[in-house]
Design a protein around this ligand. Structure first.
Ligand code: BTN
Length: 283
């Protein structure tokens, strides 16, 4: 174990959890059936950002599948420099170190297969059907339950490592979300009407991610792409995709082999977009 973050302080001012529901390496690994994801876990009570810590251990040589997780993040990060609300004891805030042998431009597929693993794990543990909003959001009834932040350390033609950061709202009550998120974000508890075991959910997530990621590396993206398409909430809708200073407006018609979004623009041109912030327009 490393000594970053304050692992001895109690973050449970408002939340009291039984020991079996605290996110500890031992508890998670008890019933874990993976061969590499979650075989090494750094579990913190409080840390700035699990992705920052994962980046550091990856630079120091952490093995593929190493997981960093925390009960609370004090500076959780989302995409485009946004912050990620990560209160103690109610969510899964975790980052996974990967070392895939692939080109940097193939990395968007990693985000997609991680999101697919979240959809499967949520279904396994709650029976809820979540949907995917390309490229990195998982929704239930149109509200966000999970965001994924994929960050690379890479050379021009090769990846050193990838950090996949997963933020999954599990047991928040509606009122625990800041007012800016209310109505746009939700938790599994709000959606299924009961507390959900984060430990069981994590084990399921690690297994599903090992399966989707392993499938991607061993057999390619095609079958996974079919499954991703079937859960996609934006296909066949008119969307705006914001990327840096550009906005692409068009009909989302497919997800391509690289994990990019295929747009049919109003002038009929086909555009493949590899990343961006999507909003659905009124048709
Ligand atoms: C997004 O939707 O913008 C992505 C959010 C990703 C949040 C997770 S929580 C665990 C990991 N650590 C972070 O600081 N961010 C990611």
């Amino acid at each position: 174990m490393m000594s970053l973050g304050n692992r001895s302080m109690s973050p449970y001012e408002q939340v009291v959890l039984p020991a079996s529901e605290l996110l500890s390496e031992n508890e998670i690994q008890k019933g874990l059936r993976t061969s590499f994801v979650g075989r090494t876990i750094y579990a913190f009570r409080r840390v700035k950002s699990t992705s920052d810590f994962a980046f550091r251990v990856a630079e120091e040589g952490a093995l593929e599948g190493t997981v960093v997780l925390a009960e609370e993040q004090t500076a959780g990060r989302g995409r485009f420099g946004r912050s990620w609300h990560s209160p103690p004891g109610v969510g899964i805030w975790c980052s996974v170190v990967l070392r895939p042998n692939m080109f940097p431009w193939e990395a968007p597929r990693i985000t997609m297969v991680a999101a697919l693993a979240v959809v499967r794990a949520v279904r396994n543990e709650t029976g809820l059907c979540a949907t995917l909003k390309w490229p990195n959001d998982v929704l239930i009834r149109g509200r966000k339950i999970c965001g994924i932040l994929t960050e690379l350390s890479a050379e021009i033609e090769s990846i050193n490592f990838i950090i996949v950061g997963i933020g999954l709202n599990v047991n928040q009550r509606e009122t625990q979300f800041p007012s800016t998120l209310r109505g746009r974000a939700t938790s599994l508890r709000s959606e299924c009407g009961r507390e959900v075991s984060r430990i069981r959910l994590l084990r399921s997530l690690f297994s599903e991610f090992e399966e989707t990621y392993g499938h991607l590396l061993g057999k390619g993206f095609s079958t996974l792409r079919e499954e991703i398409r079937s859960h996609s909430t934006i296909l066949h809708r008119t969307v705006s995709v914001r990327l840096k200073n550009r906005v692409y407006k068009g009909r989302a018609i497919d997800i391509d082999e690289r994990g990019g979004l295929v747009l049919e623009l109003s002038n009929g041109r086909i555009e493949h977009v590899l990343a961006g912030d999507v909003s659905v327009d009124k048709d």
